[in-house]
Design a protein around this ligand. Structure first.
Ligand code: IMP
Length: 500
């Protein structure tokens, strides 16, 4: 037996002491970009992300829509693997069909469908416009557009056909597939369009260009895209069916894989990593985890992991610590793994990024995690709250919530993540099933989170994440310090802050 000479500490137990802020410390100068995968020291990682936030590998979080929205902001998403291989590969290929600026039309309907059907489709997808094609597919013959502005349930008969209220193709401005993105955007402004359909000579719908995407590009600028300008996408895999799942995901276009397990310090992860390296070399990077100490980091690093996730038991929906008594406070885990990452880099010349996963309850916890040295951050609850997450928006006692459940809950029954000793089903739960307060659109809250992170870095006199980590001065917080911030002040009513 060995007892570590430390107390397990969470991110909540630290504060940053400001450093000198100099003239160059302005929001415009702060660079939040981060390496996603292993690289030689002194060289750039082959995949970097402009915004170091990635979505959790969870059915309640990472849909194609979430992944595309996140890539638009400069982040990265992982499609979950708790589904049949073909379904996951289809989701990956769905994302890869979207070129930045030119979207694959994902809400489509036949002209013979009813207004009631299109209303249901738009409501379920939380969208306001659909393409009308002859066969209701994304690349059918383009016949028109129908939006929530074209009909109203109180004014029009919902049994009427879509055709009766759609804006027919002949009345719309459309573009040829050879058009460049800048020309397409110019057409959007010249003709005051919200949507520009791109239609081939044959009449088939190729893609759509949205005014909203133009605005997002101007806000975020650094989308996460590949050399063909397609959005990048990740995919979760497991240590059970990897020999079938991984080739299918690579064929579908996955840019990065990640072995998803609540406890990654296992020979099964080593075998999976060695399979990928043996079959595919460095073609598709693969991350591993989760770990909470330096020993486990080194084991997975030696086995070939391209990044390593840190965190056991800290997730908002997690009950692993109660059920199994394993885990470690996220701050303690990060401090140990970061030290091992840096020692490994010094010894081998190879830098393996780490990802802080789970238990980040507030934006400032992200700042503490970066100060402690994580390269990027994986979030579940944070993203589950947004319109773009795949779960239902529900009203509970008059307030809006989104559903959110753990992969170890009975609802997800993800036995491949929670290997409970060879049983191919969950014997006991390691996660809960619940709701999180609805927080509107991802784009607005991510913008605010970025602003807060930059402000913290500026206070700490740093313009890059590396400098922020190297210069950080942290102090553990006493219980009395918490109490000081809870002085009794009756707050004035105001709209709720979606960032919290
Ligand atoms: P959150 O950001 O605090 O909500 O944590 C999300 C992380 O929790 C995920 O990325 C997983 O690592 C982890 N996780 C997902 N489902 C479960 C579960 O059912 N039990 C424990 N941890 C989970």
């Amino acid at each position: 037996m060995k007892i570590l000479d430390e107390t397990s500490r969470t991110l909540n137990e630290y504060l940053l002491v400001p450093n000198l802020t100099t003239e160059d410390c302005t929001p415009g100068n702060v660079d939040l970009s981060a390496p996603l995968v292993r690289h030689r020291l002194g060289e750039q990682s082959p995949i970097r992300i402009a915004v170091p936030l990635v979505s959790a590998i969870m059915g309640a979080v990472s849909s194609p829509r979430m992944t595309i929205s996140l890539a638009q902001c400069g982040g990265f998403g992982f499609i979950h693997h708790n589904q049949p291989i073909t379904a996951q590969a289809e989701m990956v290929s769905n994302v890869k069909q979207h070129k930045a600026g030119f979207r694959h039309s994902d809400i489509n309907i036949k002209p013979t469908a009813t207004l009631g059907e299109v209303a249901g489709l738009l409501q379920a997808a939380e969208r306001d416009i659909a393409a009308v094609t002859d066969d209701g597919t994304p690349h059918g013959t383009f016949l028109g557009l129908i939006s929530t502005r074209d009909f109203h349930p109180k004014r029009h008969d919902l049994n009427d056909s879509v055709e009766s209220r759609m804006q027919p193709a002949k009345s719309l401005v459309v573009a040829d597939p050879s058009i460049s993105l800048s020309h397409a955007n110019a057409m959007i402004w010249d003709h005051r369009l919200d949507v520009l359909p791109v239609v081939a000579d044959t009449g088939r719908l190729e893609s759509i260009v949205l005014r909203r995407d133009y605005e997002l590009h101007k806000t975020f600028r650094n989308e996460t895209i590949d050399s063909d300008k397609r959005f990048r996408v990740g995919a979760g895999v497991n240590t059970h069916d990897y020999q079938e799942r991984i080739p299918a995901l690579i064929r579908a276009g996955a840019d990065v894989l990640c072995i998803d397990s609540s406890d990654g310090y296992s020979v099964w992860q080593r075998n999976t990593l060695q399979y990928v390296k043996g079959e595919f070399g460095d073609q598709t990077p693969i991350g591993a985890g989760n770990v909470v100490d330096g020993r486990a980091f080194r084991y997975l690093a030696d086995a070939g992991a391209d990044f390593i996730k840190v965190g056991i038991g800290g997730g908002s929906i997690c009950i692993t610590r109660d059920q199994k008594g394993i885990g470690r406070g996220q701050a303690s885990a990060l401090i140990d793994v970061v030290a091992e990452r840096d020692a490994y880099a010094k010894e081998t010349g190879i830098y393996i990024p780490i990802c802080c996963d789970g238990g980040l309850l507030s934006d400032y916890h992200m700042a503490i995690a970066f100060a402690l040295g994580t390269d990027f951050i994986m979030l579940g609850r944070y993203f589950a709250r947004f319109t773009e997450s795949p779960t239902k928006l529900v009203r509970v006692n008059g307030q809006l919530f989104k559903e959110y459940w753990g992969e170890g809950s009975q609802r997800a029954r993800n036995w491949s993540r929670y290997d409970q000793g060879g049983e191919q089903h969950l014997v006991f739960e390691e996660g809960v099933d619940g709701y999180v307060p609805y927080a509107g659109s991802l784009y607005d809250t991510v913008t605010m989170t970025i602003a807060k992170l930059k402000a913290t870095m500026i206070s700490c006199g740093s313009t890059t994440l590396r400098a922020f980590h190297e210069n950080a001065v942290l102090v553990p917080v006493s219980h009395q310090s918490y109490l000081q911030n809870t002085a009794e002040i009756q707050l004035r009513d105001r709209p709720s802050d979606p960032g919290q």
